[in-house]
Design a protein around this ligand. Structure first.
Ligand SMILES: *Cc1c(COP(=O)(O)O)cnc(C)c1O
Length: 354
């Protein structure tokens, strides 16, 4: 039998650049972007600003750097940053909001990762001189570790309106904001209209090999450019990467709906497998979080067994795993992955396996 291709459900960052991207990269017009002379980077930044309805945008090497330059640009040392407890900026960015931006996270747990003004307002620090002040509210849509959940637009708008009335800016960690827009049948411009800054990734579902953009006012982008340089993120003939990014930005969003369908099918299939629990109704976009406690295996063990059958998925906690769909996983591969999971978690009552 022909060996099955690897089905990589670890993340939507694992996609490989398409032949079209590689051609565009090879042929990209370039210049020195620290001098702001790379026409392809300038084109990408301009398109991102247009799509998000902002004055300006800045290309950064990673989403983590994008979030950090936003946090740094919008806050002062000693400020608190309100975020959700499982949020990316709090858990997966090396504590950079503290280590580098000098801010203190003020995490709030929210069911499904979605903060509301009701929750946020209780955590705004009173204006007393000895209290650290709330410098920023950061939202994450889709919310990665809560399972790709989407902020309802009214919830974002309400938080922004109240925060702005208190002089507090709002950042959107929109690594997967295009997935959110597709789910809502809306557009990223409308969804993020009231946020002061937005970070989004080209390198996730949109399919580029690298890169994120931050968008906001011209004044913000001028600051963000300085902080990007401070962090070592000033890049030179980087149009070779922006060329792939432009294709991802123009063509990537259209096909995310397929990833969402695949994730839904994956969740439905997983829910049928004894020992695995998935709340299918909560799978909105391309991320499935599954509870595997009933399999009698830890996520590391299950992960290792799946890998033997060429299916890759990572644990989140010992009892939970995450599976992410993307453009390099098609509907047929989802069915194959489901067969593998079913085989691997089947109760081992028939003696040793061949
Ligand atoms: C992936 C991701 C980022 C950025 O990650 P990088 O690996 O630094 O590009 C930021 N926020 C969220 C929610 C993410 O999923």
């Amino acid at each position: 039998m022909e060996e099955q291709a690897i089905i990589d459900l670890r993340s939507d960052t694992v996609t490989k650049p398409s032949p079209e991207m590689r051609r565009a990269m090879a042929e990209a017009e370039v210049g020195d972007d620290v001098y702001m002379e790379d026409p392809t980077v300038n084109g990408l930044q301009q398109r991102a600003a247009e799509i998000f309805g902002r004055e300006s945008a800045l290309f950064v090497p990673s989403g983590s750097m994008g979030n950090l330059v936003c946090i740094k640009s919008l806050t002062h040392h000693g400020n608190e940053v309100i975020c959700e407890e499982r949020g990316h900026i709090f858990n997966y960015e090396m504590g950079s909001m503290s280590a580098i931006a000098g801010t203190v996270p003020r995490p709030i747990y929210a069911e499904d990762g979605i903060l509301t003004w009701e929750m946020v307002k209780k955590q705004i620090r009173p204006k007393i001189y000895y209290r650290a002040q709330t410098g920023l509210i950061s939202l994450e849509s889709t919310h990665n570790m809560a399972g790709g959940t989407v902020y309802p637009p009214q919830v974002i708008d309400e938080i922004c309106d109240h925060a702005h009335a208190l002089g507090i800016p709002v950042h959107m960690d929109g690594a997967r904001i295009f997935n959110a827009a597709v789910y809502l049948n809306s557009d990223v411009r409308t969804l993020t209209a009231k946020c002061d800054t937005v970070q989004f990734c080209l390198s996730k579902g949109l399919g580029a090999p690298i890169g994120s953009l931050v968008t906001g006012s011209r004044e913000f982008v001028e600051k963000a450019r300085v902080y990007r340089k401070l962090l070592g993120g000033g890049m030179r003939q980087v149009g070779v990467l922006a060329a792939a990014g432009l294709i991802a930005l123009e063509k990537g969003p259209q096909r995310l709906i397929q990833d969402h369908r695949n994730a839904r099918r994956l969740a439905e299939g997983l829910a049928q497998i004894p020992g695995i629990k998935v709340n299918v109704a909560k799978v909105q976009t391309n991320i499935v979080i599954l509870d595997i406690a009933g399999t009698g295996m830890t996520s590391n063990e299950l992960s290792a067994h799946l890998k033997e059958h060429r299916v890759l998925a990572n644990g989140v906690t010992p009892d939970t795993m995450r599976m992410v769909t993307h453009l390099d996983v098609n509907a047929e591969m989802i069915e194959q992955a489901l067969e593998v999971v079913a085989r691997v978690v089947r109760p081992k009552t028939v003696g040793c396996r061949a």
